[in-house]
Ligand binder design. Structure first.
Ligand code: DON
Length: 629
């Protein structure tokens, strides 16, 4: 049963029900495959636990986006037992810090059973927090004014992991308390070495209670996903563990979580995990998902037999081993091209286009994706460094970057500085989500002079225009934005004689527009062609989010509204004057007149129209080809 919302309409009609997720089908196939397994035995050294049914079996996955998939007895309650050790260790670290906890509890695997009295011979420190000795010590480090306060904090944090309020199974608690002699012995050993600084009974009691907290398999997967998500519960968005301690908890789960079969587990499954004698196994794929498996029969190490099999199978099937060589950092570069092959939405004159086809390669665009850790950053920097002699502008698109790790961010900032020292500029686009990076950039490039070496833009289009304008600056071919041209020099009049232009001059009307004024609106009847003689206009469309997006910017010598003379239609976009604009307007009536009285002028106009459209289409094809690479 995957928790996917149903669209509106007759709720139960199959047509409206989303298809079953293949993930769910996969989990069902796993459940079917391993349910018949009869290996292992239900724990009974804590008598209450022996009441569990060996048939109970559930598999759940929770993603770091908060989606949960569950099959089998996923809502059957059972007690968390040793899985609690990972959560309490995290809380102990939060309450005391790394140093204080490391002074009391080691981080070395024992290779012994979970209830072995594995204490360091000299200090008496339990070797790690995943064996009972270390766990009891960790429980004793949970802060609180009273036993009740400490228990409330424990229950509170566990509930944050699960995303719902958890309670204690008193029968299991009493059963464990009444039979927990071995743990009491461990407690007194710890007292003997001052690992426990007082009567061992209170921390032991707290430990028995934490082990008796009742959960379901679904909770296990969400708890695991919380660790995979850096300590934040992906279903509730609430933080259960400070980000600084997640790595430490996952490290101990990797090396010690499965006790004296930890080695085999890392070898065959390769995910940080923790098991409990209640039959639960929690496994974490950092950054991606959490797995929960529940099945009471245990193997000789105290790990759920079906649970181990399910995790081995899943890890094999989906390459979940976290030491698997991840996709090479080369994947960080989603696309790379120059301003010669991809241009802004500002339509350039033929002269400008020729120059940009030539020098556009001095502006290079790098579209990035994923996490920018050291290796990925190295890939990017090596690209930028090798390109640096040939480019003046590097445009770095962070739209698909999920994270820029702080240490790696510094490397990129150093590059911006180097670029700056060499008179080159770096443009960052879509950097909004990387606020810490932008802040660091600003702080590091403290002076306005240095800050001049980088610019930021909301998206690619204005960044490309910025580079194009910068590259064109000082070039002969550039038409000044406020230059006025005569109809004679308009691209649609190419090839017309002066007399023919005068004929046209007699048929067109002159219209001027203020900056910001809309010249045409989407949906209006299209019955005029506008020949821009002065100024710039932008063609805009409405986006679903209510914002407008620029399709193109046209300047003197260009035209818009051509569809009017090709077929009766309505405007498909708004056209707004970006500054003072002057146009000659050819109405469809005037065009009609031309076709009757001066067909050769009309044909010349249409030929030039098609020629401009053909230039635009070949440009777009080239860009699509570049971006499709
Ligand atoms: O202390 C005990 O023995 C139990 N409360 C917990 C042991 C446990 O879950 C071992 N895990 N596999």
């Amino acid at each position: 049963m995957a928790t996917v919302p149903l669209p509106a309409g007759e709720p139960d009609s199959p047509a409206l029900r989303p298809i079953q997720s293949p993930i769910l089908t996969y989990l069902e196939s796993l459940h079917e495959k391993f349910h018949p397994v009869r290996d292992g035995a239900v724990a009974d050294y804590i008598p209450e636990l022996s009441k569990a049914s060996p048939d109970w079996f559930a598999i759940c996955i929770a993603t770091t986006d908060g989606r949960v998939y569950e099959v089998g007895d996923s809502r059957q309650s059972f007690t968390i037992q040793s899985i609690s050790k990972a959560l309490t260790y995290g809380l102990a670290l939060e309450d005391n810090g790394h140093a204080a906890v490391l002074a009391k509890i080691g981080v070395e695997p024992t290779g012994d059973a979970f209830n072995s009295i594995s204490l360091a011979p000299d200090s008496g420190c339990p070797l790690n927090p995943m064996i009972n000795a270390g766990a009891i010590a960790a429980t004793s480090l949970v802060a609180g004014r009273s036993q009740e306060d400490k228990l409330a904090r424990l229950l509170g944090v566990y509930s944050l992991y699960a995303g719902r309020e958890l309670t204690i199974n008193d029968d299991v608690y009493s059963s464990e308390r009444d039979t927990g002699h071995r743990n009491r012995a461990i407690g007194h050993m710890l007292r003997n070495f001052d690992i426990l600084e007082g009567d061992p009974e209170p921390p032991l009691d707290l430990y028995f209670r934490q082990c008796s907290i009742e959960i379901q398999c679904r909770d296990l997967s969400i708890m695991a996903a919380t660790l995979a998500n850096g300590g934040v519960n992906p279903c509730t968005g609430e933080r259960a563990l400070h980000a600084n301690y997640v790595e430490s908890v996952l490290s101990l789960m990797t090396t010690c979580g499965m006790y004296d079969s930890a080695g085999a587990w890392v070898y065959s499954v390769g995910m940080p995990a923790k098991s409990g004698v209640g039959g639960g196994i929690l496994a974490v794929l950092p950054g991606q998902l959490g797995i929960g498996v529940f099945s009471p029969p245990l193997d000789a190490h105290g790990n759920s037999t079906r649970g181990v099999m399910v995790c081995e199978q899943m890890s094999r099937d989906f390459n979940l081993h976290c030491l698997r060589v991840a996709r090479s950092s080369r994947a960080v570069l989603r696309a790379e091209y120059s301003a010669a092959s991809v241009s802004s939405k500002r339509v350039r004159t033929e002269g400008e286009r020729r120059v940009l086809d030539e020098i556009g390669r001095r502006a290079r665009i790098y579209e990035l994706q994923g996490d920018l850790g050291f290796s990925a950053m190295e890939t990017l920097l090596s690209k930028l460094v090798s390109a640096s002699p040939h480019i003046d502008y590097a445009v770095i698109d962070l739209k698909r970057v999920s994270l820029i790790e702080k240490p790696s961010a510094q490397l990129l900032i150093d590059l911006v500085l180097r670029f700056g020292e060499n008179g080159k500029t770096v443009a960052f686009i879509n950097a909004q989500r990387q606020s810490h990076f932008l802040r660091a950039l600003e702080e590091c490039l403290g002076t306005p002079e240095l800050q001049a070496h980088y610019v930021t833009f909301a998206d690619l289009d204005p960044a490309l225009e910025f580079c194009e304008d910068a590259l064109l600056a000082g070039q002969q071919s550039v038409v000044a934005a406020d230059a006025e041209i005569d109809l004679r020099d308009h691209s649609l009049c190419r090839g017309l004689t002066d007399d023919e232009v005068d004929v046209l001059r007699g048929l067109v009307t002159r219209s001027s527009y203020r900056a910001g004024e809309f010249i045409v609106h989407k949906g209006q009847e299209a019955n005029e062609v506008f020949l821009v003689l002065k100024g710039e206009v932008s063609v805009m469309i409405d986006l679903a989010n209510g914002q407008q997006k620029r399709l193109s910017t046209l300047s003197a010598g260009m035209a818009f509204g051509e569809l009017a003379v090709i077929q009766p239609s309505v405007r498909t976009a708004d056209v707004r004057a970006d500054n003072a604009v002057l146009c000659n307007v050819i109405s469809t009536d005037a065009f009609e007149t031309l076709s009757r009285l001066h067909p050769h002028i009309q044909i010349a106009l249409l030929r030039n129209l098609l020629r401009n459209l053909a230039r635009m289409v070949s440009r777009l094809n080239q860009e699509v080809a570049t971006l499709a690479e």
